[in-house]
Design a protein around this ligand. Sequence first.
Ligand code: SDX
Length: 427
Amino acid sequence: MGDQIKLSAGNADFEYPVLKGSVGPDVIDIRKLYAQTGKFTFDPGFTSTASCESALTYIDGDEGVLLHRGYPIGQLAEHSSFMEVSYLLLNGELPSKSELEKFELTISRHTMLHEQLATFYRGFRRDAHPMAIMCGVVGALSAFYHDSTDISDPEHRKISSHRLIAKMPTIAAMAFKYAVGQPFMYPDNKLSYTGNFLRMTFGVPAEEYEVVPAVEKAMDRIFILHADHEQNASTSTVRLAGSSGANPFACIAAGIACLWGPAHGGANEAALNMLREIGTPDKIPHYIERAKDKNDPFRLMGFGHRVYKNYDPRAAVMQKTVREVFDALKVDDPLFETALRLEEIALNDPYFVEKKLFPNVDFYSGIILSAIGFPTTMFTVLFALARTVGWVAQWNEMISDPGQKIGRPRQLYTGPTQRDYVPLDRR
Ligand code: SDX
């Protein structure tokens, strides 16, 4: 018999099994709690709740550790590629050379979008936020790819997973082109996954587009850093949507909608806008005070994290990548100095130290993306592009679990108890 935990409710004692993972906190299996005690647990925001079992990504927030199928994010960012990390997340092991080549070829064969989908863009205003377009177009994919929506069929799950991973760069690039009024660029499968995305975004029909290797590498590394991150809000949204049997395109569209929030994936856009509002380092103390003021809704965007109570390992890689991109493009952005100074001041301020608020993945990413040429409105789109492989891998893991049930939380009800209807003439 494994470990048990005892709960006393009234004059009755109940015991619940403690389940152990391969690493990380144990969990108390309370699936029988309500049936035995008539009580629910109460955990809004899920600060102490494990919603599922997963073998994909492990985070140790206190140590600042992030592993994908056991491999540290720093090693993957240094040595791997986004396509290889995608294969790893989907299949559990690093691919052989031939497995990787086959996977890349398969993905390249799905990069084109059904031509009819291009007309969807024309229904949006030119100044529509690209994330609004992403929600709409990705959700609409289920109207075009009926032949891969039987989620009980592993082959359908595989094809729709590949379609989503492959088409996100095309959809994202088209959202950018639509916003700037330039013609859509078709995929060029002679290029890498990331090189193809850069050409579809920044290339124009009238000229040959030269992919800058250092920028391609930096962009690919940024995709790796955003690929998956355990049971964050948007991944939990995808899992909950998928638990009802919804088709994978609709589930990923739901994940995109959730990611858009400024507390989540929208923070990269908000962080750069914040740095632009701060401007120069001399203004930093004023904003630090605002961030500490309970009566001021202002927060340091790109700081803090529900899980990381240490430095987000992705932020460390991101900070290093800023210099590489600046050197490759021979650009500089004074906001980088402002960001470095802001981090230094915040990390020496008791408020941030006590609350264990460190830079997260969103703090430096905007500076790099802006240097490459993306407008801030595209930052969360890039996050969604990369996170699609994580969402798809988590969705597949959930759907292929035979014990999977529809997600249906309960509540603590504090509304009126039963009362009789009062006719209008007596109110
Ligand atoms: C992502 O979950 C994931 O894994 C997400 C993500 C992923 O890869 O999927 O990592 C991506 O979403 C990164 C986070 C991006 N968001 C931001 O940068 C927005 C700014 N940060 C926050 O709003 C906040 O830190 C959260 C939302 C990220 C985390 O919020 P929590 O865990 O619910 O913590 P909290 O809001 O309860 O804050 C704890 C305390 C509070 O003070 P008290 O009420 O205890 O006095 O810390 C304070 C907060 O006021 N605080 C901040 C702060 N973040 C938290 N104060 C100032 N500035 C901040 N950024």
